[in-house]
Design a protein around this ligand. Structure first.
Ligand SMILES: Nc1nc2c(ncn2[C@@H]2O[C@H](COP(=O)(O)OP(=O)(O)OP(=O)(O)O)[C@@H](O)[C@H]2O)c(=O)[nH]1
Ligand SMILES: [Zn+2]
Length: 361
């Protein structure tokens, strides 16, 4: 089964192999179409397949009865779905992912995948005070780990007079990643960026609010795809977010994934300053009677005391716990990544030694 029509949505030999592995010839999965998930709304999905856009839902007997082993679809996934002329298509199977971003779902302590099968991560940072090398380092770590290729995009170059100051810091932490400086206003650097904005490929964006992601997308696509937030002081309404597509196909055929989950990833990576923001809470915690206090029921717990007397609000305590958990999760993933890298390095080293030894003999 060759689904050439789906190539323009990023279906390639990697997924072709995955389909083969399923052995569709002799299974009840035959007769299904390949589709890509473009939106997820609770249990409802928007998909795109060779016939166009459709709504879809999960094949209940597959996903609910076997929920431990079944992967649920998220935006970017390729799925096998049954065409249903009368209503929603039915999703039977999610194909293995080529790349993914996940975050910690603090509600049930589970990994939550927020975007999949993207080719590039545009790590966006503006060339001004917002620039934060620690945050960039985190973004780089999770991007390399995602399976995609990170591209560091430094925005608002029209405002910057000391580019080298920023570039030098990046060179110190990562000499592999591509760095491109751009201005959506003057157009500087957009030609260099274009090399990574190709038909059939998918891009995700990582970056704090206000660095110019939406402006950049609108500029490179020459369309008004994303809402630009002009943050006005004293605007009572503040930022109003319009709901927009989660996977967008630009005119040139490039796809962009932008989901609320992606935005949150950008946020927790920025939240390494959690201790500073919550220094009062950390202080109470540090004087609990037991050093390994879980702040749930222990006698002499200063957090419980501070909550009871209103010195810390429930709201702040909840936020603190949430952030703490997410940072911990991110850290764990980073540690694992480091361990793998170290293993790789040692293997290489051992090989070099062996070769040296051989040539001496
Ligand atoms: N000087 C300058 N300003 C820019 C540039 N690009 C964007 N801006 C401004 O930066 C502000 C934020 O831009 P957005 O595109 O909304 O930023 P964003 O990263 O999408 O922000 P969120 O949607 O909150 O994540 C706006 O006022 C833009 O006009 C640029 O190249 N140069
Ligand atoms: Zn305590």
């Amino acid at each position: 089964m060759i689904e050439n029509e789906m190539m323009k949505y990023g279906f390639n030999s990697f997924f072709q192999k995955e389909v083969k592995k399923l052995g569709l010839e002799n299974k009840d999965l035959s007769g299904l179409n390949i589709a890509r998930i473009t939106e997820v709304h609770r249990e409802k999905y928007k998909i795109i397949n060779k016939y166009g856009e459709k709504s879809a839902s999960l094949k209940g007997s597959v996903f609910y009865n076997d929920s431990i082993n079944e992967i649920y679809p998220v935006v970017g996934d390729f799925v096998m779905a049954k065409q249903n002329e009368l209503g929603e298509d039915i999703i039977f199977k999610v194909l293995s992912r080529k790349s993914k971003f996940s975050r910690m779902d603090t509600f049930n302590s589970k990994e939550q995948i927020v975007a999949t099968n993207f080719d590039y991560v545009f790590i966006v940072s503006s060339l001004n005070d917002e620039f934060n090398i620690k945050r960039l380092e985190r973004y780089l770590a999770i991007s390399w780990e995602s399976g995609a290729t990170p591209i560091i995009v430094l925005t608002k170059s029209d405002l910057c007079e000391n580019y080298d100051f920023y570039k030098n810091q990046i060179d110190k932490i990562d000499s592999f990643a591509t760095v491109i400086k751009v201005s959506s206003f003057t157009g500087e650097g957009l030609d260099k960026l274009e090399k990574y904005i190709n038909p059939y490929e998918t891009i995700v964006f990582l970056g704090s609010s206000g660095v110019g992601k939406s402006t950049l997308v609108n500029r490179i696509s020459d369309e008004n795809i994303m809402k630009v937030n002009d943050i006005r002081v004293g605007d009572a309404k503040g930022k109003h977010t319009t709901t927009h597509r989660q996977l967008v196909v630009l005119k040139n055929g490039t796809m962009i994934i932008d989901t609320p989950g992606m935005r949150e990833i950008g946020m927790w990576s920025a939240s390494s300053g959690v201790d500073k923001t919550f220094s009062d809470i950390e202080e109470y915690a540090s004087i609990c009677k037991f050093t390994n206090c879980t702040h749930t029921k222990e006698p002499g717990c200063m957090i419980i005391d501070a909550l009871a007397t209103g010195k810390i609000s429930e709201e702040r305590w909840k936020n603190y716990k949430k952030l703490k958990k997410e940072v911990l999760f991110a850290k764990k993933k980073e540690d694992l990544n480091l361990r793998l890298k170290e293993k790789e390095r040692r293997k290489k080293f051992a090989k070099q030694i062996r070769q040296k030894y051989k040539s001496v003999r």
